[in-house]
Design a protein around this ligand. Structure first.
Ligand SMILES: [Fe+2]
Length: 283
């Protein structure tokens, strides 16, 4: 197994292994690389859904996603991120990742890690960006850090409660069902969270899910969150991944955020398999 850094900010490429056939020592080496590099790109993986689930389960309990209409037809432990249509209906989540986020931070127990495998790719577009939230915190200006120290962020699944995001055009008609009815109670989490395995502190707010700061009026929290979201876009914190067929990325939601850049040419398909792990309650 070779581990090669992908950028100054975060990420490493893993080559020389088939994740459907590895031993205990390799699982451990991957775990170590994961904690060090925050996101891992496994090249050339041709995995069945069950093989991806088995690999994921080695690092925690796989979650059944709340967007049940996007589940893989053969297993509820996987969702499809896809713009493919069958009989006029999209088979997976089309707008997933359109704003920066950490997976399901809107839940009491957000996702620990996610695994995304590229099964079909367009000739252009469809990149995914990743942001290192340890570094985002380390480089946050002191005055801004003082304003959030000890504070909790309010995270919601409901796009209609978040003025920073839009309901995608295709979901305008069923937004109530899709975003409001299925939203779990707000996730209330420390804005500066401690990674349970490394002990390092990371920023834990995002454009997509964070709509306020607990016990702070919106007029006061809005400029603070805006300034943090702006800071999180600093190039020095980012890695932008151009997918190759067979790439599987494993990312740590406790210390990174990610974003789907879109830009897929009309008529082309991007079809991905995703699993994710149930995480701890952030502290
Ligand atoms: Fe995501």
């Amino acid at each position: 197994m070779q581990v090669t850094r992908l950028s100054e900010a975060l990420g490493a490429e893993i080559t020389g292994i088939d994740v459907s056939n590895i031993d205990e020592a390799t699982y451990d080496a991957i775990h170590e690389a994961f904690l060090e590099h925050l996101i891992l790109v496994f090249r050339d993986q041709d995995l069945t859904p069950q093989q991806q689930i088995t690999f994921s389960e080695h690092y925690g309990e796989v979650e059944v996603h709340l967007a049940t209409d996007h589940l893989h037809p053969d297993t509820d432990k996987m969702i499809l991120i896809s713009n493919k249509q069958v009989d006029g209906r999209y088979v997976g989540a089309v707008s997933a990742g359109d704003y920066w986020h950490s997976d399901l931070s809107c839940q009491a127990r957000p996702n620990l890690a996610s695994f995304l495998l590229a099964r079909e790719l367009p000739t252009d577009g469809g990149d995914t960006g990743f942001c290192n939230q340890y570094a985002a915190l380390d480089t946050l200006p002191d005055d801004l850090r003082q304003k959030i120290e000890g504070r909790n962020g309010i995270h919601t699944f409901n796009r209609m409660r978040n003025p920073r995001v839009k309901v995608p055009e295709m979901h305008k008609g069923d937004a109530q069902m899709r975003y409001a009815d299925r939203a779990p109670p707000d996730g209330i989490h420390p804005i500066i969270r401690t990674h349970p395995e490394t002990g390092r502190k990371a920023l834990y707010v995002s454009h997509r899910f964070t709509v306020g700061i607990e016990e702070m009026p919106d007029e006061e929290s809005r400029p603070i969150l805006d300034a943090i979201f702006e800071h999180q876009l600093n190039d020095d914190l980012l890695y932008r991944h151009k997918w190759r067929l067979g790439d599987m990325i494993m990312w740590d939601n406790r210390c990174t955020t990610h974003h789907a850049y879109g830009g897929i040419p009309a008529g082309q398909i991007r079809h991905m398999h995703r699993t994710s792990l149930i995480g701890d309650v952030p502290f």
